[in-house]
Design a protein around this ligand. Structure first.
Ligand SMILES: Cc1cc2nc3c(=O)[nH]c(=O)nc-3n(C[C@H](O)[C@H](O)[C@H](O)COP(=O)(O)O)c2cc1C
Ligand SMILES: C=C(O[C@@H]1CC(C(=O)O)=C[C@@H](OP(=O)(O)O)[C@H]1O)C(=O)O
Length: 378
């Protein structure tokens, strides 16, 4: 079983990840992980924090001479911003109190987290509920991506909507999305990107924030990851769980999940054909590569809806937890839009789940053992 533990507060010393269950003898290129960490920091609409951080992974264990050795892989990503928060984030010494947060932000975990954990200062909630944690999930996902590359499994992601600005003709071709990611193709319809940027700028001008939609494609996944035999083994359920755990994601769609609800069955399902060379084939992919809780060999298509960022520079109404009087929600600093960043997080989270399911199906302690079983099955 492949597992990931994450720890770390947003303005604490740093973030920690532990991956347990990674097979041995997988070549890991640290530069590739750092590239994915950098991708997560990009995207129009991010705030000043991203000017401070330059996320880099430091491996502590589990990798030797560039190869995994089967033991838990532990790693660090330091918070450069900690330097500016030392007096408020010291684990041992008493923290200064003049930055206590008492005005919970609607849309964030502030109010319920403070009540649930019986805190005096909402900062305790803010620090861990922050999406800073997603840096660890991207680093871990990037490592798993390198494992999956051995089996020709690859993922791409792209933003399909920022607020009400949508890509009209959604790119459905995985290779084209990949090119877009490499900046060869920017957008299907000329001008869409500018409209998205304008939408973010408009929000920013009014102290507001935006959400949007991103899409993930995973190709090369063999038929049969996940299972129909028990509810908690279904691949669509597992992917939804993982994606829903990405901060701000409130909707997950698989294939044409919503669109299919409006169609007749005759138009909604992907008919089966047989080709002497290719075996069973489909000529459409409405199901998004998953039927009966199992990958069916087609490209896995996932779509996620992210709510607008909860911290507003023109703050929403709230209640001060000390005076119980009406107040405006706390704002220290914030992104206006983080959909492009969330898209990278989603891509890496989805790959982590595919890696976990791949290992569950093909088993084995080393890459060689897994490769043998995979080849036999294929
Ligand atoms: C990459 C990324 C960056 C984010 N940046 C901010 C931010 O600057 N300010 C903010 O209030 N929320 C930000 N969010 C969203 C919050 O983390 C999220 O709304 C919060 O954790 C509550 O989400 P939930 O209701 O889905 O659990 C960001 C999310 C992601 C994925
Ligand atoms: C630190 C990251 O994102 C943060 C996520 C976040 C939130 O509330 O989720 C709030 C902001 O934190 P800060 O107040 O320090 O600027 C974002 O910058 C990151 O993505 O690495």
């Amino acid at each position: 079983m492949l597992r990931l533990f994450t720890a770390g507060e947003s303005h604490g010393k740093g973030l920690v990840g532990i991956i347990e269950g990674m097979p041995s003898n997988i070549y890991i290129d640290i530069n590739e992980i750092n590239k994915d960490l950098a991708r997560r920091q990009m995207g129009y609409g991010r705030g000043d924090r991203m000017k401070i951080e330059r996320d880099k992974i430091e491996i502590l264990s589990g990798i030797r001479g560039g190869y995994t050795i089967g033991s838990p892989i532990s790693f660090l990503i330091m918070n450069k911003d900690h330097e500016n928060w030392k007096e408020f984030m010291d684990p041992i010494l008493e923290n200064k109190e003049d930055k206590m947060i008492t005005k919970p932000r609607p849309g964030h975990g502030d109010l319920t987290g403070y009540l649930k954990y019986n805190f005096k200062d909402i900062r305790n909630v803010v620090e861990r509920s922050s999406a800073r944690e997603t840096a660890v999930r991207v680093a871990a996902g990037s490592l798993m991506k390198q494992f999956l590359k051995n089996f020709d499994i690859e993922a791409v992601s792209h933003v399909t909507a920022i607020g009400s600005v949508k890509i009209k003709e959604a790119i459905t071709d995985t290779e084209l999305i990949k090119k877009a990611d490499e900046s060869e193709v920017r957008c299907v319809e000329a001008g869409t990107e500018k409209k998205m940027i304008d939408f973010i700028e408009e929000a920013k001008k009014h102290g507001d924030s935006v959400g949007g939609v991103f899409e993930i494609h995973i190709k090369g996944v063999p038929k049969g990851l996940g299972s129909y035999v028990h509810w908690d083994r279904k691949l669509d359920a597992k992917l939804s769980y993982g994606l829903m755990s990405v901060n701000g994601v409130k909707a997950v769609e698989i294939g044409y999940g919503f669109e299919n609800t409006t169609k007749f069955g005759s138009k909604a399902h992907d008919e089966i054909y047989y080709d002497k060379k290719l075996g069973y084939i489909r000529t459409s992919n409405s199901a998004g590569g998953i039927e009966g809780g199992m990958s069916n060999g087609e490209v896995i298509v996932l779509r996620c809806g992210m709510k607008p960022i909860p911290t507003l520079y023109k703050p929403l109404n709230t209640v001060d937890i000390i005076t119980k009087e009406p107040a405006l929600a706390t704002v220290e600093r914030s992104d206006t839009c983080a959909v492009p960043a969330a898209s990278i997080v989603g891509e890496m989270v989805a790959l982590s789940i595919i890696a976990e399911e791949f290992i569950r199906k093909f088993g084995g302690d080393s890459l060689e053992e897994i490769s043998k079983r995979w080849k036999d099955y294929i």
